[in-house]
Design a binder for this molecule. Structure first.
Ligand SMILES: NC(=O)c1ccc[n+]([C@@H]2O[C@H](COP(=O)([O-])OP(=O)(O)OC[C@H]3O[C@@H](n4cnc5c(N)ncnc54)[C@H](O)[C@@H]3O)[C@@H](O)[C@H]2O)c1
Length: 380
C-alpha cells in the first residue's frame, strides 16, 4: 500500500469527532485541521486528539492550502452549501447524509464534481454496515438467487436531538432506507409514490410545515423489474429505533430483527416449513480494512460512544472505518468513491421526491433525469 497521506479537515465535531481517531490511525489519512463554531468545544477536541490547526470559521478551512478535503458533519441545512463552497475552493468533499435539502442543491454538486474532476462521497453509514456487507456478499455469491423485493425502515424518535430536527420531515432524511435497497443491486430510482399517515403535535407541524407523522413510500427501480418499500417517522409514534433492511430472493431472504440486538433471520426456500427461518449471527467485515483501523468496527473503540446517534444507531454497524477507507482509497486510486455524487443525488432525491408525493396524496413523482446517469463507482 502507498504511504501517501491525504490531509482532511473535520468540519462539525459532534458526530464528526468519532472519525478523528480512525483517520489518525489510517496509514493514508492525516487530520490537518478541525472546525466548529464554538471555540471552547473546538479547543477541547483539538487538545484531546493533539490537533493544532483549529478554525471557528469554515471559510478559513477552505483557504488553507494544506487541506486536501473536507469531511462535513455539520447540521443538515449546511451540507449542500458547505459541499458547494468546498468544491469551488478546489477541495474534495466527504459529507454526511443527506446530500442536500433540494433537488437544485444536489444538481449543483453533481455539476461541480463533473466540471472540476474533484471527488465527492456521501458518507452513508448503512451501505458500509456489517448487515449490508453480509447481504451484498450473499447476493454476489448467488445464494439469494434473483432478488424479488426489498424493504427498509427507519423509525427514530427524535425528541432529545438538536432542535433543527423539528424543522425536518421524515423523507428529507431517508438515505438510510433508500441506500440499502438501491445499493444492493446498484440501481437508480426512477419514480416514487409516498403516503403520509397519522399526525404530529402542533409544535412539530408548525416548525416543519408538515402535519403527518409517518411517511411510507414505494420506489420503482430504473431499468429493472424491482421495487422497494421504505418508511420513516421522526416524532410522535411509539417504536424503538431501527434501521432495517429486508431483502427477498428466490432462494434465500434476509429479514432484520424486530428488536435491537436480537438475531436477524435468514429464510431458505423449499425447506420443511419449520426449517425455513433460521436465526443468524452476521459476521464483522473488519478483514476488508487495513489492519491499523480494523479495531474501529467495534463500539468499544469509538471515542465518544455516548453520542446519541451511536446509542440509537447501534454503532452504525461498524461502518465508520469502512467509509474513511473508501474515501482515502478513492483519492489514492484516483477513482470515484461509492456512493459518488450522482448516486448520492439519486438516493437523496428519492426522499425529496417522496415528500412532494406525500403532499399530493401519493402522486407518482419522477426522479430528476441527472440522477439516473449510471456512473462506475466502487460497486460498478
Ligand atoms: N448515521 C449517520 O449517518 C449519522 C449519524 C449521526 C449524525 N449524522 C449527521 O451528522 C450531522 C451532525 O450531527 P450531530 O448530531 O453531530 O449534530 P450537532 O448539531 O450535535 O453538531 C454539529 C456540529 O457542527 C458544527 N457546526 C455547525 N455549524 C457550523 C458551521 N457553520 N461551521 C462549522 N461548524 C459548524 C457544530 O459546532 C457542531 O460541532 C448531521 O447532519 C447528521 O445528520 C449522520
Amino acid at each position: 500500500m502507498s504511504d501517501k497521506q491525504f490531509n482532511v479537515a473535520m468540519v462539525g465535531l459532534g458526530f464528526g469527532a468519532e472519525f478523528i481517531p480512525i483517520y489518525q490511525a489510517h496509514p493514508n489519512g492525516h487530520v490537518a485541521a478541525i472546525c466548529q463554531r464554538n471555540e471552547e468545544k473546538l479547543n477541547k477536541c483539538g487538545d484531546q486528539f493533539g490537533i493544532g490547526t483549529r478554525y471557528t470559521k469554515y471559510e478559513d478551512v477552505l483557504a488553507d492550502p494544506n487541506v486536501d478535503y473536507v469531511h462535513i458533519n455539520s447540521p443538515i441545512d449546511d451540507h449542500a452549501r458547505m459541499s458547494i463552497e468546498a468544491l469551488k475552493a478546489g477541495k474534495h468533499v466527504m459529507c454526511t447524509v443527506p446530500m442536500g435539502r433540494t433537488i437544485a442543491e444536489c444538481e449543483q454538486i453533481c455539476d461541480l464534481v463533473e466540471q472540476t474532476g474533484l471527488k465527492y462521497m456521501m458518507a452513508e453509514t448503512v451501505v458500509y454496515s456489517r448487515e449490508f456487507l453480509f447481504v451484498k456478499e450473499l447476493y454476489e455469491k448467488g445464494e439469494l438467487g434473483k432478488i424479488q423485493y426489498l424493504a427498509a425502515s427507519h423509525p427514530q424518535d427524535m425528541d432529545g436531538w438538536p432542535e433543527y430536527w423539528k424543522r425536518m420531515v421524515p423523507m428529507h432524511y431517508a438515505t438510510h432506507v433508500v441506500s440499502p435497497c438501491l445499493g444492493i443491486v446498484d440501481a437508480r430510482a426512477e419514480y416514487v409514490s409516498c403516503f403520509g399517515s397519522g399526525t404530529v403535535r402542533d409544535e412539530i407541524a408548525e416548525l416543519s410545515g408538515y402535519s403527518q407523522s409517518v411517511q411510507s413510500c414505494h420506489i420503482k427501480f430504473h431499468d429493472s423489474d424491482l421495487s422497494a418499500h421504505i418508511w420513516r417517522f421522526l416524532y410522535d409514534t411509539a417504536r424503538q429505533y431501527r434501521e432495517s433492511i429486508d431483502v427477498y430472493g428466490t432462494k434465500k431472504s434476509f429479514e432484520w430483527s424486530l428488536v435491537e440486538d436480537k438475531p436477524h433471520v435468514l429464510h431458505t426456500a423449499k425447506k420443511p416449513e419449520k426449517e425455513i427461518a433460521e436465526e443468524i449471527e452476521v459476521p464483522d467485515y473488519a478483514h476488508l480494512l487495513p489492519k491499523e483501523i480494523q479495531r474501529f468496527t467495534l463500539p468499544a473503540e469509538i471515542h465518544d460512544a455516548g453520542h446519541l446517534s451511536f446509542i440509537q444507531g447501534g454503532g452504525h454497524g461498524g461502518s465508520h472505518p469502512h467509509m474513511v477507507h473508501e474515501m482515502l482509497s478513492a483519492l489514492l486510486e484516483d477513482r470515484d468513491p461509492w456512493p459518488n455524487a450522482v448516486t448520492a443525488a439519486n438516493w437523496t432525491c428519492v426522499g425529496l421526491c417522496a415528500h412532494e408525493s406525500a403532499k399530493q396524496g401519493g402522486a407518482i413523482v419522477k426522479l430528476p433525469e441527472f440522477t439516473l446517469k449510471q456512473t462506475v463507482g466502487a460497486n460498478g
